[in-house]
Design a protein around this ligand. Structure first.
Ligand code: HEM
Ligand code: PLO
Length: 484
C-alpha cells in the first residue's frame, strides 16, 4: 500500500496520499461537504495543499493571499475550466460563460454578456422598475400570510424568477402561471441533479453508468431548451435595430454586430444561436439561484439578530421615510449594504467557486503547478479565516464599517470571485439584492413564529449553499398595512 501512495517531490505542495482510481478519496472521509472538508484538511496540511479528486490533480486554496494570486495576479493563467460531464450536457459542450474553457470566442462572448448586463443594469433604471413591480407582488403575497408562520422561500423564488424572466425575455407572470411553474420545475430539477456535493464532478464514470439522475437532468434540459428556443424564435421574428427590449434582444443584436469581429471570429465561428440560448439559460439559472438563496440567508440571520433588522429599518426611515427606494439611495443606506455583505461573507452561495484550471505550467505561492491542474478556491475558509476576521462565525455587519462609520471592503472578502472569471452578474446581483431587501424591510418586519426556534444556519450544499427551510411571521410596518 505504501508504494501506491504518491510521495511529494521536493518543493512541491503538501499533498494528501492517493490511490489509483480512487485518488485521495479514502483520506477524505467524514461525509463533510467539500468547503468544510477542505477547511479541516487545511488544519493538517497547511493553507495550500494538493489532492487527487478521482484522477484529477487539484490544488485547494484556503487563504486569501494565494486566492488573490491565482484569481488576480495570475488570473489569465488560471482562467481555464475543467471538463465536467453534467455541465457539458447543460451547456451543449461549453457554449456558455461559466463552464466554458478559456478561448478567444469565450472572451468575446463574455464581453457581449457583460455589455448587455450593463445596458440593463446600472445605467438604465430598467432593473429598478422591474424589481419594483415584482416587489409589490411579493409584499402582497408575504403579507397575506395573515400572521401565521410560513416558509418564505417559494414567494421569494417566484419574485426573483419573475425579475429574471423580464430581464432576459420580457415575460412577467402572475401567481400560478403555467409557464412560470414550468420554468421553476425544470430549474429545480437541474439544481437537484447537476451537483450533489458542489460543482466538483468527482466521479466522471457516471457517464459510463447512466442512472436516474442523468435521465432527469436530460429531461429537464429538454424542457428548458423547448421553452427557450420558442422565446428565441419569437425574439428573432420581432427584432429591430432600436433599443433592445431585453437581454435576448441585446445578445441577438450583438451577434450580428461589432462583437463578432476580432480574433474569435476566425477560430471555429462566432457567437451562434446555441451560444445565445445557453447564455439566456445561464443568466436565468445564475440569476435565480444565487439571488434568492442570498436573500433567504440574510432573512435567516435577521431572525437570529432582530436588532440588525431594527437598525436597517431605522436607517430606511431616516433616509427615505415612505418614499419608494431607488438605485441612487444605495449611498444613503450604508448599513444595509453592510448587512448584504455580511450575509455573503458568512454564507457564500458558491463556497468553493467554480473549479479553475491552470492553462500553462505556472506556480502558486512559489510552488510549481502543472498545466491542467484544477484549482479550488475555498472561499468559505477565506471568509472564516480567524487571522483576518474577528469571531468569524458571528453575524456582525459592523465589521464592514471602520471607526468613523465609513464602509470598508477587506481584501479577504470575495463572494463573487475576482479577476477574469469574476461573476459577470455582480453589479446586477448587488443592485437586485439592495432593491429587494430595502423594499421588503421598509414595508414589513420579519420575526419567528411564537415558540419556534430560530432557523438552522448550517446549510445544505447542492449547486449553491442553501439554508434549510424555515418559517417566518410577517407583519406590515406602520403605514404599509395595504402591502404595496
Ligand atoms: C460566476 C457568485 C449572481 C452570472 C460566479 C462565481 C461566483 C459567483 C463565486 C464564480 C467565480 C469563479 O469561478 O472564480 C455570485 C453571487 C451572486 C451571483 C454571490 C448573487 C448574490 C449572478 C447573477 C448572474 C450571474 C445575477 C447573471 C444574471 C454568473 C456567470 C458566471 C458567474 C455567467 C461565470 C463567469 C465566468 O466563468 O466567466 N458568480 N453570482 N451571477 N456568475 Fe455569479
Ligand atoms: C442553476 C440551475 C440552472 O438551471 C442552470 C444553472 C446555470 C448557471 C449556474 C447555476 C445553475 C448555479 C449557480 C452558478 C451558475 C453559474 C454561476 C453560479 C454555478 C446550475 C455560481 C454561484 O457560481
Amino acid at each position: 500500500l505504501f508504494l501506491l501512495v504518491r510521495p511529494s517531490a521536493p518543493g512541491s505542495l503538501p499533498s494528501l496520499p492517493s490511490l489509483p482510481l480512487l485518488g485521495s478519496l479514502p483520506w477524505m472521509g467524514g461525509g463533510l461537504p467539500p468547503h468544510l472538508l477542505f477547511t479541516q484538511l487545511g488544519h493538517r496540511y497547511g493553507p495550500v495543499f494538493s489532492l487527487l479528486l478521482g484522477p484529477h490533480l487539484s490544488v485547494v486554496l484556503n487563504r486569501h493571499q494565494e486566492a488573490r494570486e491565482v484569481l488576480l495576479q495570475r488570473g489569465r493563467e488560471f482562467a481555464g475550466r475543467p471538463f465536467m460531464v453534467t455541465t457539458d450536457l447543460l451547456t451543449r459542450g461549453g457554449k456558455d460563460i461559466a463552464f466554458s474553457d478559456f478561448s478567444p470566442l469565450w472572451k468575446m462572448h463574455r464581453r457581449l454578456v457583460h455589455d448587455s448586463f450593463t445596458l440593463f443594469g446600472e445605467g438604465s433604471g430598467r432593473l429598478q422598475d422591474i424589481v419594483r413591480s415584482s416587489v409589490d407582488d411579493l409584499c402582497l403575497e408575504l403579507l397575506s400570510g395573515g400572521g401565521r408562520g410560513f416558509d418564505p422561500s417559494p414567494a421569494i423564488t417566484r419574485a426573483v424568477t419573475n425579475v429574471v424572466c423580464t430581464l432576459v425575455f420580457s415575460s412577467t407572470y402572475c401567481h400560478g402561471d403555467a409557464e412560470l411553474q414550468e420554468v421553476m420545475r425544470y430549474n429545480d430539477g437541474i439544481v437537484e441533479t447537476i451537483a450533489g456535493g458542489g460543482l466538483l464532478d468527482i466521479y466522471p464514470w457516471i457517464k459510463v453508468f447512466p442512472n436516474r439522475c442523468l435521465r432527469k437532468l436530460k429531461d429537464c434540459i429538454a424542457v428548458r431548451d423547448r421553452l427557450l428556443s420558442r422565446k428565441l424564435e419569437e425574439h428573432k421574428a420581432s427584432l429591430s435595430d432600436g433599443p433592445p427590449r431585453d437581454l435576448l434582444d441585446a445578445l441577438l443584436q450583438g451577434q450580428g454586430s461589432g462583437h463578432q469581429e476580432g480574433e474569435g471570429h476566425n477560430e471555429g465561428g462566432g457567437i451562434t444561436d446555441d451560444h445565445v440560448l445557453m447564455t439566456a439559460a445561464e443568466a436565468f439559472g445564475a440569476g435565480v439561484e444565487t439571488t434568492s438563496t442570498t436573500l433567504l440567508w440574510i432573512l435567516a440571520f435577521i431572525l437570529h439578530h432582530p436588532q440588525v433588522q431594527r437598525r436597517v429599518q431605522a436607517e430606511l426611515d431616516e433616509q427615505l421615510g415612505e418614499r419608494p427606494v431607488c438605485v441612487s439611495d444605495r449611498v444613503r443606506l450604508p448599513y444595509l449594504e453592510c448587512v448584504i455583505n455580511e450575509g455573503m461573507r458568512i454564507r457564500p452561495v458558491s463556497p468553493v467557486l467554480i473549479p479553475h484550471t491552470a492553462m500553462t505550467d505556472s506556480s502558486i505561492g512559489g510552488h510549481p503547478v502543472r498545466r491542467g491542474t484544477r484549482v479550488l478556491v475555498n472561499m468559505w475558509a477565506i471568509h472564516h479565516d480567524p487571522e483576518h476576521w474577528d469571531t468569524p462565525d458571528l453575524f456582525n455587519p459592523d465589521r464592514f464599517l471602520d471607526d468613523r462609520g465609513h464602509r470598508v471592503t477587506p481584501p479577504c472578502f470575495m463572494p463573487f470571485g475576482a479577476g477574469p472569471r469574476v461573476c459577470v452578474g455582480e453589479s446586477l446581483a448587488r443592485l437586485e439584492l439592495f432593491l429587494f431587501l430595502s423594499s421588503l424591510l421598509q414595508r414589513m418586519s420579519f420575526k419567528l413564529p411564537d415558540g419556534a426556534s430560530p432557523p438552522n444556519l448550517q446549510g445544505r450544499l447542492g449547486v449553491v449553499l442553501q439554508p434549510l427551510p424555515y418559517k417566518v411571521v410577517v407583519t406590515p410596518r406602520e403605514g404599509w398595512e395595504g402591502g404595496a
